[in-house]
Design a protein around this ligand. Structure first.
Ligand code: AP5
Length: 191
């Protein structure tokens, strides 16, 4: 089993590249953002709670997302590997994920970190906001709040995995195809 964290700030291309990686390698895609949006559209209590945080560009509490990931891991036995997208996002989430994977006698193989400048992130997200219907994309203040959350709480996740020598930085600006090839080269060299 080979597990990957696709890491990077909001708008760095995690979702775009995840789709291509899943198609090529058959990983099970676990995106906490997608799971939360699905809870919101089903109007579950969890979704209604999460929406309050997401609309302000803030992270949803750790226990909520850790619970969701724990359930998703249980629901997907026998996969060739997990591709985590948008999770973990805090030190507590990283530690919880390591424990959950250890119970399954596996671990994170590599953290692929997409590097993109802040101005490019804002440009991409505002542009997507024109058509996406995502309430956290159509307001520059909320987009910048998401980036602040990333620097305050999420960049620590890379530090956590650096101690195990698991982090590889990939330039996240350029064509989608170029970036995809760079990601594949890193995965192929480790499997
Ligand atoms: P989430 O859904 O994870 O959103 P995000 O991290 O803000 O990421 P995005 O989906 O906006 O960006 P992305 O990096 O996937 O880029 P994408 O490929 O889409 O989280 C949303 C919210 O949910 C959070 O704010 C938080 O509240 C909550 N949440 C989620 N997980 C959580 C967790 N673990 N803990 C707590 N709270 C959590 O691309 C963006 C745009 O750029 C697209 O339009 C795309 O077409 C374009 N693009 C992609 N690649 C390129 C390229 N190479 N060149 C030009 N444009 C490009």
């Amino acid at each position: 089993m080979f597990n990957i964290i696709l890491f990077g700030p909001p708008g760095s291309g995690k979702g775009t590249q995840s789709e291509k990686l899943i198609a090529k390698y058959g990983f099970k895609h676990l995106s906490t953002g997608d799971l939360l949006r699905s809870e919101i559209s089903s109007q579950t209590p969890l979704g209604l709670e999460a929406k309050n945080f997401m609309d302000k560009g803030q992270l949803v509490p750790d226990e909520v997302v850790i619970g969701m990931i724990s359930t998703a891991l249980e629901q997907n036995p026998g996969v060739s590997g997990f591709l985590f997208d948008g999770f973990p996002r805090t030190q507590a989430q990283s530690e919880a994920l390591d424990k959950l994977l250890k119970l399954k006698q596996t671990a994170i193989g590599v953290v692929l970190a997409l590097d993109v400048s802040e101005e490019e992130l804002v440009k991409r997200l505002l542009n997507r906001g024109i058509t996406s219907g995502r309430s956290d994309d159509n307001n520059e203040e909320v987009i910048r709040a998401r980036i602040v959350e990333y620097h305050k709480k999420t960049s620590a996740v890379a530090d956590h995995y650096k101690q195990f020598d698991k982090v590889v930085h990939i330039p996240g600006e350029g064509s989608v195809e170029e970036i995809f090839e760079a990601l594949c080269a890193e995965i192929d060299s480790r499997q």
